[in-house]
Design a protein around this ligand. Sequence first.
Ligand SMILES: Cc1cc2nc3c(=O)[nH]c(=O)nc-3n(C[C@H](O)[C@H](O)[C@H](O)COP(=O)(O)OP(=O)(O)OC[C@H]3O[C@@H](n4cnc5c(N)ncnc54)[C@H](O)[C@@H]3O)c2cc1C
Length: 454
Amino acid sequence: MSDKKITLIGAGLVGSLAAVFLAKRGFEVEVFERRSDMRKENISAGRSINLALANRGIYPLEQVGLMDKVNAMLTPMKGRMVHDLEGNLNLQPYGQKQEEVIYSVSRADLNTLCMDAAEAEGNVNIHFNQKCIGVDFENNLLQLKDEITGKEYEKPFTRVIGTDGSASAVRDAIHAVHSDHNYAEQLGHSYKELCIPAGSDGDFQMEPHALHIWPRGGYMLIALPNLDKSFTVTLFMPNDGEISFENINDKDKLNAFFAEHFPDAVPLLPELEKDYFENPTGHLATVRCSPWHYQDKALLIGDAAHAVVPFHGQGMNCGFEDVSELDAQIKKYAGDWEKIFSETDKLRQPNGNAIADMAIENYITMRDSVRDDKFLMRSALAFELEKRFPDYFCPRYSMVMFHRLPYAEAQSRGSIQEEILQQLTKSIESVEQVDYSEAEELVKAKLQPLVLNP
Ligand SMILES: Cc1cc2nc3c(=O)[nH]c(=O)nc-3n(C[C@H](O)[C@H](O)[C@H](O)COP(=O)(O)OP(=O)(O)OC[C@H]3O[C@@H](n4cnc5c(N)ncnc54)[C@H](O)[C@@H]3O)c2cc1C
């Protein structure tokens, strides 16, 4: 088979963007997608209808010239709008510069745009309803199943890229022949999508330019705006225990729970009972595996390699960054596929692990810390240190969301910065009392100069 052929398994967000990049490099791309064509049928209900797109995801879209079209799909969110129990609102900005916002975007619209763009290249074929059920690496054969007819068949391949999400069949096939580790850590919490529709005047019922959060300690509600002026709302809660999906299992308990814990959201959720009982409960897990590749034959990217919990809004962004890195390696090692795959694996794995850790930590931040005065003081101080020492200090959230330095570096700098923030605030009550000469000494002694967008 020609060295110009590449097979992708999965035409989700990462697979369809990867198809665009590969097609632009002149490859003939065959994509096998388990589901039917979402452009013809609505298949996304109840499964993260919208997502936060941030700088790391925007950059690869810019590289292939898609951002002009994507821009029209975006609703900027400037910060977290925190709803307390009394219904008071407090906007906590994500950044301190005008451009430091994240964007709500419809999963289906973005996926559709990437699939359309891939097919428009002329050298991409997406085969829907075709599920990968295995890979025979010895004979270079993909094992596929037609989901409509039930027929199983084999197809030869030269190189296969697994973009088949968190339950990846390609990952299982790679790890059947060579595995250092391959496991999913269950979070013990799940999610349910609900909806705040547009108001009777056709407008948003809450501030549209924010990610709304109802933090309640062990659980939380969040809401992201949609272009049709509705909000997609997600309830995150433990699987079992007193307040849990297991326990809140009838209409009375559900209504009592919402009335007590999210009173200001209740009038905005007219279909609460229907959404809660009819929408699927999504489970949350972190997938960690190594290796992400097999010889010069197979590579994993996106959730197939590193499914993360959604609390940093980075799963797709990280997957898009994988695609951009793969493209850079294809350019660098033209034709040496063992090197292309092994380098992509080596460069991305530490970053996949870092964002997985930070996403779990951010669950605590979102559901709990955003209500804590000490946390808010440290956040305010982090902004102040960024202003005073921009060559050294950048809040961790900003490094992850607004810049492109490797996640692993954002994580390690973030821990040093947290120590500095803890030290400077340990015996004071407000940011005005910070000793900035001590701050300068600490920042310059402990942190190397910053390169935000290498
Ligand atoms: C509630 C929630 C909120 C989220 N919010 C955000 C956010 O705000 N920002 C963000 O960046 N990320 C977010 N994410 C993460 C994001 O959804 C994923 O990281 C992203 O979808 C990964 O894209 P992917 O293409 O790798 O995998 P997927 O989107 O899972 O796509 C995989 C594709 O492969 C297909 N497939 C699967 N198995 C097979 C098979 N055996 N054969 C053929 N095809 C197959 C699937 O049908 C699918 O089309 C969120 C996730 C959840 C659950």
